[in-house]
Design a protein around this ligand. Structure first.
Ligand SMILES: NC(=O)c1ccc[n+]([C@@H]2O[C@H](COP(=O)([O-])OP(=O)(O)OC[C@H]3O[C@@H](n4cnc5c(N)ncnc54)[C@H](O)[C@@H]3O)[C@@H](O)[C@H]2O)c1
Length: 351
């Protein structure tokens, strides 16, 4: 099968590409605009792999998307490209509407036009998998049951509102036009190649450099943490075995309070690389909460586990240890990003 993967140079997309090349025979066409969040380094062995081709293009460019489908004739789409950082969406929501809403619309329209040309087995096999977040469900209280596929949408930030809009578009294109879409909603990911603006790498690298560790509010906000390679395996299972029109809530069953995540990072770092100045927990600083900060997200993944025959392989402690070790071994990558000299977004053929 030829997979058209959007956002394949991002954190999760690059993990999906590594998984596909290592564990399947599928070919990949990787569509990426190469924003600040993209990393060619993250593609590692994929860059020169005969089953991977990178096309630099904007999913909100309708003509480019139509050309990509006509020229590459994919068997399925895995749509990950997005603006993904909540804090950035609060500072500047425009890019989130453009990429997450208009971009998804352009991609769905290009897929619909292409799907209309398919016949027989190619038409039966075609899938459009839209990848989304649990943030579309809003916030849970301390005692609420976790989110599942029946939870009502209640997005609270410009990011989650734009993702919610794109989820609705993907489902509407299935109901209205018969485009075979599937949607997955996933909890917080962490692991190698995550851009160092997100909580786990930010705290880890600040701790390494002896800088303050900012924690929003009182640190009791809670998230369910999924190791990125487990997510990649789940996403490939969805596109290979998922049922058309279905939603899959993908979670790790590893809820942790933010303050406990930060303490765990300090503990792993102290064990691997003790700081002569003392335990790194001394660097924790509580900062003014993010506006509209959702209190708790947690996913009930039973439907995905039974429907896909998938289950997260890492608990939080083993995944975190692996992640910290990885960042220690990949200093040049994150040091250049933090120094503002990162030049990861230059290559790729234009669409
Ligand atoms: N990171 C998480 O914890 C998490 C959790 C649940 C769901 N998700 C979803 O998974 C997907 C991937 O997330 P991520 O963390 O890898 O994001 P990321 O920000 O690391 O990567 C996004 C990628 O999309 C590309 N991109 C952005 N705008 C584009 C455009 N207009 N056209 C083409 N490419 C564009 C970027 O260049 C980048 O390579 C997103 O849809 C996100 O909403 C992420």
């Amino acid at each position: 099968m030829r997979l058209l993967i959007t956002g394949g140079c991002g954190f999760i997309g690059s993990a999906v590409i590594r998984h596909v090349l290592r564990h399947t025979d599928h070919e990949i066409v990787n569509i990426d605009k190469m924003t600040y969040a993209a990393s060619l380094d993250a593609l590692e062995e994929a860059r020169d792999h005969p089953r991977h081709r990178l096309v630099r293009a904007d999913i909100a460019d309708a003509d480019a998307m139509r050309r990509v489908f006509t020229e590459t004739r994919p068997g399925a789409v895995m749509h990950l490209a997005a603006e993904s950082h909540v804090d950035r969406s609060i500072d500047g929501p425009g890019d989130f509407i453009r990429t997450n809403v208009v971009g998804t619309f352009c991609l769905l329209e290009a897929a619909r036009a292409y799907f209309a040309t398919l016949e027989g087995a190619a038409r039966d096999a075609f899938r459009f998998h839209h990848i989304s977040t649990d943030e579309v469900f809003g916030a849970l209280g301390a005692d609420d049951p976790p989110f599942n596929e029946a939870t009502q949408y209640d997005p609270r930030s410009p990011y989650s509102a734009s993702k919610a809009a794109s989820d609705h578009l993907a489902r509407a294109w299935q109901h209205t036009y018969g485009l075979p879409t599937l949607v997955s909603n996933t909890c917080n990911n962490y692991g190698p190649w995550q851009f160092p603006e997100k909580l786990i790498p930010l705290v880890m690298l600040n701790a390494l450099e002896g800088r303050p560790l900012p924690v929003y509010g009182d640190g009791t906000n809670q998230r369910d943490w999924l190791f990125v390679d487990d997510h990649a395996a789940a996403l490939v299972a969805v596109v290979e075995r998922g049922r058309i029109g279905e939603t899959y809530c993908i979670g790790a069953r590893q809820p942790r309070r933010n303050i406990d995540v930060v303490r765990a990072i300090c503990g792993v770092l102290d064990g691997l690389l003790p700081d002569p100045a003392g335990p790194r927990e001394r660097l924790i600083r509580f900062v003014t909460d993010r506006p509209g900060h959702d209190f708790r997200y947690e996913i009930e993944p039973a439907h995905a586990e039974s429907g896909l025959g998938w289950r997260a392989a890492h608990d939080f402690e083993s995944g975190l240890r692996q992640t910290v070790q990885w960042y220690l071994e990949h200093r040049p990558w994150w040091e250049s990003i933090r120094a503002g000299t990162y030049a990861g977004q230059r290559l790729g053929t234009a669409a």
